[in-house]
Design a protein around this ligand. Sequence first.
Ligand SMILES: *Cc1c(COP(=O)(O)O)cnc(C)c1O
Length: 486
Amino acid sequence: MTEEPLIYDLSSPGRQGVRSPLPQFDPVDPGDVLPSSELRSDLPLPEASEIDVMRHFLRLSHKNHSVDTAMYPLGSCTMKYNPKVNEVTARTPGLADIHPYQPPETAQGALELIYELEALLAAITGFPAVSTQPAAGSQGELCGLLSILAWHESRGETRTQVLVPDSAHGTNPATGTMSGLQVISLPTADDGGIDLQNLKESLGPGVAAIMLTLPSTLGLFERRIAEVVELVHAAGAQVYCDGANMNAMLGRVRPADLGIDVMHLNLHKTFSTPHGGGGPGAGALAVQAHLEPFLPGPRVVRNGDTYELADPPPTSIGRVHSHLGNFGNLVRAYTYIRSLGADGLREAADDAVLNANYLRAALSDDYDLPYDRTCMHEVVLAGTRQRRLGVRTLDIAKRLIDYGIHPPTIYFPIIVDEALMIEPTETESRESLDNFIDVMRRIAREAESDPDKLHDAPVNAPVRRLDEVTANRRPNVRRQPPASGT
Ligand SMILES: *Cc1c(COP(=O)(O)O)cnc(C)c1O
């Protein structure tokens, strides 16, 4: 594939994209409004025609992998297909063109949508109160822990520790630390669940909460959840559920019924709103009634037939995002939930679990399976057998690119040696899963017959194996200066 030049290298002085027939505004002289220290004498932006820009970015997009191109089994990320009807509704002018600071009486439809979305998420999770404000799963976690701490404080208690199983998502200990808490790691029992004895020993008057990723990053449901909740509550602490991956439980389990106190949901995973590349997310937070006074605000309230924005009460942890969160994502999640309906959501969860278990059963002959039991929406395999042949999990991941499949999450969860964390999602067809199985088996054969070949993978991709360490430690994100004379 030919190298795509930088847009700067396509620049030619005087070229421009769009010529507007509309009357021009009088340009403002920057010197009239900015101090001279802030003025730039040269701003070397590229000058290119519309067709050059179009082709440049379209060619770049063709080099990329996306869920619209092929299977994307990136564990814990739920790269399910995002139905395009979500985009249709999100682009409805009445929803796309509103301004966050428009008076609420002129944005009734948008407020109603948020109100209804919160009600739908409440019905799905069983929690009475939901805030759509957090802009990411990790921000939902932070709001959840801060709400728990505020609740403890309201009862005159100061607690400084949070328990986090070592099978939790990496954001959980990070959130504990950001909340100012001491993070205590709980080891995973042999069956992949929580070690109750260890939990008992770790609980004490200083523990504010346990943060439980459910299903865990091993793709397993916590079978001792009832005992965990009981022990934690008996110690005066709260149960936080990381529900980023509700995909496996929709319509089957309402986490509030398990006694969980607070959970966040990643709308950009479970509810099919686009994510990746650091784009806008939505980490709605759902809580039991006793934690509602602490939720971030403002919140939408209904008053008769009108919707209003209520300022957060004094007990609230405050505002964590402008306005009500990433509204475009909320519209997409609402559309997804409404278009599937209750039956459709349950079917999505059932198929997500079925698909992951189909892969588990088909691949356990060729790859090691550290926790050999029915999994939820994802399955964690291990490339330990291949490593003994001189092939690392990284090589397997890179080889998948050659076969047109995005690699799964690798080396995570960290408690599994050479982990391959595979989440097919429910939107992959039987044929697509069979193709993945076929490719994974082929790679297992290649590891046996020609391990060295795998060290070179990918060989069919726009770029070959990158020096990722250098790219991380010394990223070069600057444009190279144009060659003289251009
Ligand atoms: C993705 C994920 C998160 C983090 O969500 P962000 O929106 O990326 O902040 C947290 N926990 C789990 C289990 C996840 O899969």
